[in-house]
Design a protein around this ligand. Structure first.
Ligand SMILES: [Zn+2]
Length: 348
């Protein structure tokens, strides 16, 4: 694979599919996006992915299109990165065991490489973002879920199954904590992610509707329109609603957000001890909207309670690539995999 030209990037998320060509300098050409089809089976999603990639390829300047070498794919996890299969995504059951990379490869006639979104994001931030020049860092995304990636000595730490780096699924409240989307008790994701915060808020309002006037009001229009309490009403409360409630002075929202920031800060101390990273790069819509309000408690907790030497080294910083990160990361993903393939070929 010649990686001196452009590569095609594909970013498959639970609500949106995005595609673009990624140039050698990181520029994105001919970005396109479509809603992720739900409920129509895996074929509809694979069709949508292939159609976006074909549309991008067909609209590129001829010389760029002629030099296309490969496709890099960022997918919601969990995935089998080496077989290029989306394994069992909780929010898109249609994609269970879908051979995404092989299908895209067949339909586009280009080799395709796939990894889970957080690993691709870490590659993107390392190449063009907040982790440029750093070979030992953690990437954490705080949005609907809470995911991570571990970058060690210049490459991703994969683990034998490609599953390493799930930093959100470690328990901080093992005895009385909220249940995680994965079934675990008191996982960081259940406490500090948007979906975890929302579930705890919904439980509080269900137990006592008068506890939060703000959340009761947020839930009300949907409840009135949808009818069924719990499905259309408090079930619609989002992490964003809780953050808005805190800004509006609501007590319950404030305590849930405080708990989320505090758990994240304590998790950072554990990561500093476990990995001795240069950086913890924090992305994801929830953390990005919170900014330093989210990062400062983590910085302070690490400075106050972590071992002195790694605490003095680590910097906790915001990711810089935003929603482009899954596309930008497609290029270093292709480069890393083709290097590995060449090395394996030479060794074998
Ligand atoms: Zn979990």
């Amino acid at each position: 694979v010649n990686t001196s030209g452009a590569v095609l990037g594909l970013d498959l998320g639970g609500t949106q599919i995005r595609a673009a060509a990624v140039m050698p300098d990181g520029e994105l050409l001919d970005r396109r996006s479509a809603a992720t089809p739900h409920g129509s089976g895996p074929g509809a999603i694979l069709d949508a992915c292939a159609r976006l990639l074909v549309d991008v390829r067909d609209s590129l300047p001829a010389d760029v299109a002629a030099g296309l070498a490969a496709i890099g794919i960022s997918s919601m996890g969990p995935v089998d990165p080496w077989r290029g299969v989306v394994v069992d995504p909780p929010n898109v059951p249609d994609l269970r065991d879908a051979p995404l990379a092989a299908e895209v490869e067949r339909r586009l006639g280009l080799p395709a490489f796939l990894d889970r979104d957080t690993n691709v994001a870490a590659l993107g931030e390392h190449w063009m973002g907040a982790a440029r020049g750093h070979d030992d860092f953690l990437y954490v995304t705080v949005s609907t879920g809470l995911g991570g990636a571990i970058f060690r000595e210049g490459s991703l730490l994969m683990g034998p199954d490609g599953c390493a780096g799930e930093l959100g699924h470690v328990s901080l409240m093992p005895f009385d904590g909220p249940i995680c989307g994965c079934g675990g008790v008191g996982h960081l994701e259940a406490i500090s992610s948007g979906s975890g915060i929302a579930r705890s808020a919904a439980a509080a309002v269900a137990a006592d509707p008068s506890c939060s006037p703000f959340l009761a009001a947020r839930a009300a229009p949907a409840a009135a329109a949808g009818g069924v309490r719990g499905a259309g009403g408090i079930g619609r409360i989002s992490g964003r609603d809780v953050a808005d409630g805190e800004a509006a002075g609501d007590e319950i929202c404030h305590s849930l957000m405080e708990r989320a920031r505090r758990a994240f800060a304590i998790a950072c101390v554990g990561w500093v001890h476990a990995f001795d990273p240069d950086l913890i790069v924090v992305g994801g819509t929830l953390a990005e909207r919170q900014g330093d309000r989210w990062l400062d408690p983590a910085r302070e907790e690490v400075a106050r309670t972590a071992f002195r030497v790694p605490a003095a080294r680590v910097k906790i910083v915001a990711a810089t690539l935003g929603s482009d990160v899954g596309l930008v990361g497609a290029r270093p993903l292709v480069a890393a995999r083709t290097t590995a393939r060449t090395a394996a070929g030479a060794a074998g």
